[in-house]
Write a protein that binds this ligand. Structure first.
Ligand SMILES: [Zn+2]
Length: 429
């Protein structure tokens, strides 16, 4: 017999103040934009479109302040991005980050987070948050889980008890966490899975979307996104797009990709999705964070991205730079007194040398914080440059310069990149 997750009373989330806190949002400490009430305005306001490709720049109008897009969203697993504080994230200009429903829902649990004023209050984060459904963990915990029409049953890695995550339960937890954007519970299969399971998962994801929409108790404050599934099968993805775009949801995610499939198949599924998604709603490509992938997928028409890559690779000593990455553990940096990137304005590059970081990296966690800050700054600056180039109507030139810096010679640019960009009118010559 499965024990359900404990019930959550989803009342007054986000408006309740922490009872013990003397400093409130309004006192100036956080300078937080106040949550705005319901309004008829659509979530996405497009301000400029590339004259050649599908790239567009705009603003997500969210309860905790506007977010310029295309945007990269750093991933916070348990109420913080690993290796960086919420205040540091805000100082870098981050205006939206992710919280992980599976992790927060099991520990510390939605009740406790709700008592702290929702995830915003718990983290002391005045900007926007997006929570996932908890469903992605199904892929990583698949040997411990069982998917039925009811939901996903899995064994808690903490207490060992059986837990049922249904679409309603996922939304109940996400309503309690109070994020500005919530994700539907979807039936996730690995992108390399083939056969009838992919079709089953696609249809189930559509049915679960309807259950999630019905379960959302705060639709004005918490925008629910659908997740397009269908694996790498164009017919299934098209079917899923047809079904889901009929529903009135504020935004769409492209899911089930970036799981180890060939790049050639990856970009074609992205393009097929942006072909059919409504122009006036945000398009969130899940799990994508390599710089080249970001640039190509912006060209294909995506607006939002998330990935653990920049923060994870920092913990392995790798610093992202416009020409690739620097492995700071390598001996070559022992006497290199330049910053990671002379053109980077992040706190790490303003203060510390490669030699200093190299000296710290094998024994001091401070080095990992410095690298994480730099890597997040790199991602945010890259997206800022993309937005500026679209606004200035020079995005194709930006793409050519980016690839030239990243790969050097034209023939080193991966074939899939050249092919994908050509389909939206960007050539490299
Ligand atoms: Zn830097």
């Amino acid at each position: 017999m499965a024990a359900a997750l404990p019930p959550v009373t989803a009342t007054s989330v986000g408006t309740r103040r922490r009872p013990e806190a003397r400093v409130t949002w309004e006192s100036g400490k956080m300078a937080a934009p106040r949550a705005v009430g319901p309004g008829p305005a659509p979530l996405l306001r497009i301000t400029a479109e590339c004259g050649r490709s599908r790239a567009r720049v705009g603003e997500l109008r969210l309860p905790h302040g506007p977010v310029p897009c295309p945007v990269f969203m750093p991933v916070g697993t348990r109420g913080t991005a690993k290796g960086v504080t919420a205040a540091q994230l805000a100082a870098l200009g981050c205006r939206i980050c992710l919280g992980n429903t599976y992790h927060l829902g099991t520990r510390p649990g939605p009740e406790l987070v709700q008592r702290a004023g929702g995830l915003h209050g718990f983290m002391d984060w005045p900007h926007n948050l997006l929570t996932d459904s908890g469903g992605f963990q199904m892929v990583s915990l698949v040997e411990l889980s069982e998917v039925t029409e009811e939901g996903v049953r899995f064994r808690s890695p903490y207490g060992g008890e059986e837990i049922l995550l249904s679409p309603e339960k996922s939304i109940e937890i996400q309503n309690a966490l109070g994020a500005d954007i919530m994700m539907q519970l979807d039936d996730v299969v690995s992108s390399t899975t083939t056969g009838p399971r992919v079709e089953e998962a696609m249809h189930r994801s559509v049915r679960w979307l309807d259950r999630c929409i019905a379960a959302n108790r705060r639709p004005e404050q918490q925008k629910l996104f659908a997740i397009i599934q269908g694996g790498l099968d164009p017919a299934l993805r098209t079917k899923c797009l047809e079904e889901m775009t009929r529903r009135d949801v504020p935004g769409f995610a492209i899911g089930g990709l970036s799981g180890g499939e060939e790049k050639d198949r990856f970009w074609k599924m992205v393009k097929l999705s942006t072909d059919r998604l409504p122009r006036d709603k945000p398009r969130y490509l899940m799990g994508v964070g390599y710089a080249t992938d970001l640039v190509v997928c912006v060209a294909l028409g995506c607006d939002m991205f998330d990935c653990v890559f920049p923060t994870r690779t920092a913990r392995f000593g790798s610093a992202l730079v416009p020409w690739g990455s620097l492995q700071l553990k390598n001996k070559q940096f022992a006497k290199d007194f330049r910053p990671i990137d002379e053109n980077c304005d992040c706190p790490t590059c303003q203060r510390h040398s490669r030699a200093y970081l190299h000296a710290l990296i094998r024994s001091e966690t401070a080095a990992l914080h410095h690298l994480t800050i730099h890597n997040i700054a790199y991602q945010l600056n890259l997206m800022g440059s993309i937005r500026e180039s679209i606004l200035a109507q020079r995005f194709p030139e930006f793409v050519r310069e980016f690839l030239s810096t990243m790969y050097g010679a034209r023939e080193r640019v991966p074939a899939w990149v050249v092919e994908a960009l050509a389909t939206v009118g960007i050539t490299l010559d």
